[in-house]
Design a protein around this ligand. Sequence first.
Ligand code: FES
Length: 571
Amino acid sequence: MTKKRRSAGWYGKLDRDGFIHRSWMKNQGFPDHAFDGRPVIGICNTWSELTPCNSGLRELAEGVKRGVWEAGGFPVEFPVMSLGETQMKPTAMLFRNLLAMDVEESIRAYGIDGVVLLGGCDKTTPGQLMGAASVDLPSIVVSSGPMLNGKWQGKDIGSGTDVWKFSEAVRAGEMTLQDFMAAESGMSRSKGVCMTMGTASTMASLVEAMGLSLPTNAALPAVDSRRMALAHLTGKRIVEMVDEDIKPSDVLTKAAFLNAVLANAAVGGSTNAVVHLLALAGRVGVDLMLEDFEQGSEIPLLVNCMPSGQYLMEDFCYAGGVPVVLRALAEHGHLKRAKTVLGGDIGAYADGAECYNNDVIRPYEAPVKPAAGLRVLRGNLAPEGAIVKSSAATDALLEHEGEAFVFENIEDMKANIDRDDLPVTPETILVLKGCGPKGYPGMPEVGNMPIPKKLVQQGVRDMIRISDARMSGTAYGTVILHVSPEAQAGGPLVLVQTGDRIRVSASTGALELLVDPAELDARRAAWQPDLPDYTRGYAKLYIDHVLQADRGADLDFLVGKDTRPVTRESH
Ligand code: FES
């Protein structure tokens, strides 16, 4: 206990400042030996009843505390802003960077030596990691864990994915509204995050693949008692990490990010992982580029989970979870050497992993799809790139030329998508503007706009959709997302008009607006910027400073880190 710790600057001083820091903490009943120089471990908790996916984190925090005390540390839990994906308007993504600021400043301002990040719902994991990376104290993740499989009328149903399917069935007249509403309770029947391979389980899987959590963190159901044990073990480990001085910058190397790209392909992960990984890389100074995601494009889809497959996270857990995927990647020479929170190489997470269900986690030689990674598209419609999730797309539509039908904004789309006289065919390319980081604001998950009702009723279930928006990790379809620059930043998307022809080629990575350049110049000359009407507060700050999707939609002044000690006192 002789090593001088960061927390000693708060609790180790035998003076008026030390008195103040210790005395007020003692009002909670902490004994003298809590302040004897042992590591102070912050437990950064995004628990909230308004973030139902994170509603089990109070219990997990208790598990972490047991482990911290056992290892000789002093655990202190603190709340940060929580982001309920299904509850926040206009979109939780608007607030991811605000959570990151909250996490960063909380960690920096308090006398802690290491941090356990308790998150789960989509934006909470990346927001916490971004903030922690910018302070760069030893940090480790415990995720909420997925809900139990949804059950309805004797079948498994998946969060999000079956919402989109059922709502299309209602619009097609194939399902009653009563049945649709009756499925609500069966879909979400335990604490935890979406149990499809949506953004939450994707980010938890990538956290594990990057070695930022203990093995098996991603897939253990939220209510499985083994998750509580994992929290306990994580509490023990963070105390050791402080002594070993293993920081996010030691773990978050380029190799770790590339392992995440590969794992994202193999698990059929969310397109949202792209913006989150790019933003996180910016915090630690790793030059991750949109093109790096192409490295996953030839990786087979191994995990047969919705929305790209048929099973759910509970099945993935029982089949062996992320360690089995990492083993497959390692055995085929893809997994790169990278340090983990355990201090060794990520290969140790894969060692000895056994698959207990070959249909849920397919063998490398018999995958769900042979080449499943995200495709990056570029061209005069997306000079800074766009992406499409090929594993969840219709193969025939990935090479297509068609006529655009344009919605100028989300209100336009909602008001007109179900018009009986909408002039669209299955070959039409739907274009939606005004849903990027600045334009909405916050880049919502509306890119998977509904199929026009008249086509749904004809049995059409997929068509090409292009936008500057994101889409839910639970969604599917041939949906081209994150078009950069966005329309409101003056990207070429803003110039598209109904009737223009667009060419999409996933095989060559092309996204072209087939309109004469002189005509585009004339349209640009007539364009008037039209940003959302926010004149104050965080939203104004966000619109003024948000970067485009190809830079992870972080705020420009938050890129990078600041690890300088805080020396001044408040009294
Ligand atoms: Fe929270 Fe899906 S809505 S994880």
